[in-house]
Design a protein around this ligand. Structure first.
Ligand code: N01
Length: 584
């Protein structure tokens, strides 16, 4: 039986035994690449281990048909190098996966990064040696190396969730997961295809699979809201105007709660009449994508305000899907934008095609796979191919897959068994010199990922250089500060409607995971300000082993560009009135 395959290119290299580095980085996605570049520039030695056969992380693995970014291309790229910004051209408003992967390779080649990356190598173990104050790292290729710093660049949505469907091994055709898509082209022509799941990955791939497949059966557990991308070729005049002042544009992005820029109306939805609201929603709908949520300032705070946008979106589904029963099944009744909002190109229209069928598995879960199909509610649906668009063990899943041990042999998995505990999402007490790029407790997936990555890397690299200045061996957060941060993360999550539904943000997509809202939802600039404050005060909230030197003023090398005031224009009036934090 054919299962998911990758074009892995085993290098046949010798394993590295006993090699010593200043930093080990786990993962060569956008986080790992920029970390390597930054610490190398500061004169540190660094080794990156990457499970995949190339750079790109998410964009290396997620090669399913239709995969593209839901942040506009002009905002989804590194900002650390002005000439890199100027030389790269995006071909579409929203970049497709192959182009983003090409960009990652371009960056890796341009800054000569690949020589310090070991591909096809999965880190299996990271153990802190308290006597030596160093991390001992092992891989599945026999490497056993040590480093002062262990930096996790493992991504937030990397640990694929393949549900243990009974009979999956008896299915005679290929079973693919969208997050582990084969490198060779998958041709669905003439095939009966089953897609399980209706999240972003399914919503992007279904219209394209439907164009080829003989029949397409979609198994839906929870319907999702989706806004059209209105994707198209890049408007060259727009691209030119951004490039004319890219750094100014980046500063505007950084000042936004989401870490990316779009027109945002701060007024309450209640301030408009029904007719005005319709008009406002329509205007924002026509802009498309995630910025649709910017139509009013209180849509994610106020359930009644949210009901208005939810009903508008359901009406759009009803206006597109011809069969009222199918339209009904496709219409979510949960909070709009509570689960990650999807962005599509022709998703709902696909259900008007005669060979496409929607099967509701909300009441009757998938029972099993047979040799030739998928069974639910006692009915077998024939299939030659199964596509699992079943998501990820988000935020912490990739940490769980490595045996990570800090002081006293404490396993990270044990420490986090009731949910992740971090200080600022950067590090966790009991695990010295252990940094997490876009770790739980930081904005990460709620901001534009590359912004989140760069801010974290700059902070970490500055911290490492400061420790070198001090002669400090270790840094870790104080337990009291970590407790206070976890409490704050939970407190702000509780005031947003986003924490109220069963999403991967709270780990609810996978049975048995603790239900905790994992990213920090207080807004990107508010968060960045907290990180800056800590650094400016000599890394307040952290403790170094060289306590006596802690009062020395840190040199700010890379983080200067993150000292940007919050854009007050985007703070929702409703949020201020309710004494709430500015989030969109
Ligand atoms: O995963 P998901 P995804 N039986 O978890 C269903 C980012 N991303 O890969 O909702 C039946 O959203 C599950 O059902 P339910 C983006 O942040 C970005 O699509 O848990 N169904 C759900 O419908 C996104 O949010 C981009 O009830 C089962 C689906 O599988 C995130 O990645 C593109 C099941 C999983 O949806 C994850 O998206 C793609 C079961 N046993 C992804 N188990 C862009 O940039 C799970 N499901 C545009």
């Amino acid at each position: 039986m054919e299962k998911t395959t990758h074009d892995r290119t085993p290098s046949g290299r010798e394993s590295e035994d006993g090699a010593v580095f200043d930093a080990i980085v786990v993962g060569a996605g956008f986080g790992g690449l920029y970390m390597l570049h930054s610490v190398r520039k500061l004169g540190f030695t660094c080794r990156v281990f990457e499970a995949g056969g190339g750079v790109g992380g998410t964009w290396y693995w997620n090669r399913y048909p239709g995969a593209r970014c839901d942040i506009e291309s002009m905002q989804y790229s590194y900002s650390f190098d002005e000439s890199l910004d100027q030389e790269w051209d995006w071909s579409e408003k929203y970049a497709p996966q192959p182009e983003i992967l090409a960009y990652a390779n371009h960056v890796a080649d341009r800054f000569d990064l690949k020589r310090d990356i070991r591909f096809d190598t999965r880190v299996t173990e990271a153990v802190f040696n308290e006597t030596a104050n160093r991390w001992q790292i092992k891989t599945d290729r026999g490497d056993a190396v040590s480093a002062q710093f262990c930096i996790m660049a493992v991504g937030c949505l990397s640990a694929a969730n393949l549900p243990a469907f009974e009979g999956i091994d008896t299915f005679e055709g290929p079973v693919y997961h969208t997050g582990h898509w084969p490198h060779e082209t998958v041709d669905f022509t003439g095939k009966r295809v089953a897609v399980i799941g209706t999240g972003s990955s399914a919503i992007q791939s279904i219209p394209i699979i439907a164009r080829q497949a003989r029949t397409l059966t979609v198994f839906q557990r929870t319907p999702n809201y989706s806004v059209p991308a209105w994707n198209g070729p890049m408007d060259s005049e727009y691209a030119r105007s951004i490039k004319a002042d890219y750094s100014g544009f980046r500063a505007k992005m950084r000042a936004r709660p989401t870490g990316f820029y779009f027109p945002f109306n701060t007024e309450s939805a209640h301030a408009s009449s029904g007719e005005e609201r319709e008009q406002q929603f329509e205007t924002f709908w026509q802009r498309g994508g995630l910025p649709f949520l910017g139509a009013y300032g209180d849509l994610l705070f106020d359930k009644e305000a949210n009901d208005t946008i939810a009903e508008f979106a359901r009406e759009k589904i009803r206006s597109v899907v011809e069969d009222p029963q199918v339209a009904d099944l496709l219409s979510p009744d949960n909070v709009f934008g509570c689960k990650r909002l999807c962005v599509d190109s022709g998703y709902f229209e696909t259900y008007n095609l005669p060979h496409v069928k929607l099967v509701d598995v909300s009441e009757h879960p998938i029972e099993r796979l047979t040799a030739g199909g998928v069974v639910t509610n006692g009915v077998e649906y024939d299939a030659d191919v199964v596509v699992c668009a079943t998501g990820f063990a988000a935020m912490t899943g990739s940490f769980d897959r490595i045996d990570i041990r800090g002081r006293d042999g404490l396993a990270l998995k044990k420490k986090w068994e009731a949910g992740p505990r971090t200080y600022l999402g950067l590090s966790t007490q009991g695990f010295p010199n252990f940094f997490m790029i876009t770790g739980p407790g930081s904005p990460s997936v709620l901001a534009s990922m590359i912004q989140s990555i760069e801010q974290h890397v700059d902070w970490m690299a500055d911290c490492m250089a400061h420790m070198r200045d001090l002669g400090a061996q270790t840094i870790e957060p104080l337990a009291s500060e970590e407790d206070a941060w976890v409490e704050h993360v939970n407190e702000v999550a509780a005031i947003s409607l986003r924490s109220t539904c069963s999403s991967w943000y709270v780990g609810a997509n996978i049975p048995g995971r603790p239900r905790v809202f994992m990213p920090y939802i207080g807004g990107f600039p508010v968060y960045v300000d907290r990180c800056n404050q800590s650094m400016d005060a000599g890394y307040a909230g952290f403790v170094f082993d060289q306590g006596a030197l802690e009062s020395s003023t840190p040199a700010i090398r890379l983080t200067e560009r993150w000292h940007v005031p919050v854009d007050v224009e985007v703070i929702s009036l409703a949020a201020i009135a309710a004494n709430r934090v500015p989030v969109v």
